[in-house]
Design a protein around this ligand. Structure first.
Ligand SMILES: NC(=O)c1ccc[n+]([C@@H]2O[C@H](COP(=O)([O-])OP(=O)(O)OC[C@H]3O[C@@H](n4cnc5c(N)ncnc54)[C@H](OP(=O)(O)O)[C@@H]3O)[C@@H](O)[C@H]2O)c1
Length: 370
């Protein structure tokens, strides 16, 4: 009896501590939205609250590069699922990016532009160089990036195409390597028409694979135009119910069960899972897919068919390789549409719809300013 009482009191004390901790963490979670502008001014997309409707183009402080950073005059930026996830109002997003308000008030990772200034430790770039890579806050007139996150833009590749590459291109390339793709193998790309999928289909072809692309009716011509050998229209046919077997499934969507995907994998096949929530999924559906992905990964440790999950890494050699493939005309970034910087909120809403065709690119107009 005495132990029961002690246990009850301890549980109540733990709950009280957690409640007080949560309240403190919630109410102290803030961002720099109300900070006054110090130094030079620029335009940027500012994220003060969660929700796509809260985005605004505003005057903010122009960033100053640290010793190891490069200041880029942004010419183009591209959007990724990560950008939408960072500002969608979800409990998981709040746990990661700030309980009450998003801690980071700048948006956009993929960038291409001209070097404006460099920090004193930067050795690989100088003002005027044309570069592309990743940064924090690409949806702005200027952004700072670490020297190790940038490479030179191939001269004949437009800024829009270069900006479309970093996250999606590296995710596709590194995911296919994770699947140990080899010449002549049968590779299925589920979700072949999004940012990652359009790169994955083309890179798989360049490795000499026989590529099957899964997409909806309106995108059949698109995947054929980027080289898919076979197309499965998911509105008419479920690829997990076909008699075909694949060596690699590169899955951007994650909308089938472990058993269903195993059925169409060869005995030693690999299913590579790109991302968490999956292309086209939102809210509760996205959470369901996360559970499915972790279940599949766990269960696959008991089978010969493997389910691999990975997080793409920043790699200069990969960025250079992707840039060179574009320059040589062997890889064609699929850009559905370009939007001006002040239309970035509309562009993010479009991506959030889950049916983007290839990449969505934001351009910064400099005609009257430089
Ligand atoms: N691992 C990493 O480090 C990393 C990095 C970046 C992204 N990712 C992940 O990679 C995945 C794909 O990203 P993304 O940028 O390519 O997404 P996305 O551009 O938003 O994908 C949109 C595409 O998905 C297609 N789609 C939607 N529902 C589908 C379905 N049921 N079956 C087949 N296709 C469907 C849509 O085609 P329709 O209009 O024809 O339906 C559309 O073309 C996401 O899960 C993302 O989180 C991972």
């Amino acid at each position: 009896m005495k132990w029961k009482r002690i246990l009850k009191r301890s549980a109540a004390a733990v709950l009280l501590v957690l409640f007080v901790w949560f309240q403190i963490a919630y109410w102290t979670s803030t961002n720099d939205c109300n900070a006054p502008i110090r130094g030079e001014v620029m335009k940027a997309i500012k994220v003060c609250e969660y929700g796509l409707d809260a985005l605004q183009l505003a005057d903010v402080t122009k960033p100053v590069p640290s010793d190891d950073q490069v200041l880029i005059k942004v010419r183009a930026a591209s959007l990724n699922s990560l950008d939408v996830f960072m500002i969608r109002d979800t409990w998981l997003g709040r746990l990661i990016f700030g309980l009450r308000k998003p801690k980071d008030t700048r948006l956009g990772r993929d960038v291409a532009g001209q070097v404006e200034a460099v920090g004193k430790n930067v050795t690989q770039f100088k003002p005027g160089d044309e570069v592309f890579g990743t940064c924090q806050g690409a949806l702005a007139e200027y952004a700072c990036a670490s020297e190790r996150a940038l490479v030179m833009k191939p001269p004949n590749v437009p800024f829009e195409e270069a900006a479309s590459v970093p996250l999606a291109g590296q995710t596709a390339l590194q995911g296919l390597r994770e699947g140990k793709i080899q010449r002549g193998q049968k590779v299925l790309i589920n979700g072949a028409t999004g940012g990652v999928g359009t790169f994955a289909a083309q890179i798989a072809k360049s490795f000499g694979a026989d590529v099957t692309a899964v997409c909806s009716t309106r995108n059949v011509d698109l995947v054929r135009s980027i080289g898919a050998d076979h197309v499965i229209d998911y509105t008419k046919e479920d690829f997990t119910k076909s008699d075909q077997r694949y060596d690699v499934i590169f899955d951007n969507v994650g909308n089938h069960s472990f058993a269903a995907r195993r059925r169409v994998l060869n005995p030693k096949g690999i299913c590579v899972l790109a991302g968490m929530g999956g292309a086209g999924a939102k809210g509760g559906e996205a959470m369901g897919r996360i559970v499915r992905i972790f279940t599949a990964r766990g269960l696959s440790s008991f089978t010969d068919q493997k389910f691999a999950q990975y997080v793409s890494k920043l790699s200069k050699p990969d960025l250079i390789m992707l840039g060179d493939l574009i320059q040589a005309g062997k890889l064609r970034p699929v850009i559905e549409r370009t939007y001006k910087l002040n239309d970035a909120p509309e562009a993010l809403r479009h991506l959030d719809g889950g049916h983007a065709r290839g990449k969505i690119v934001i351009t910064v107009e400099w005609d009257n300013k430089s």
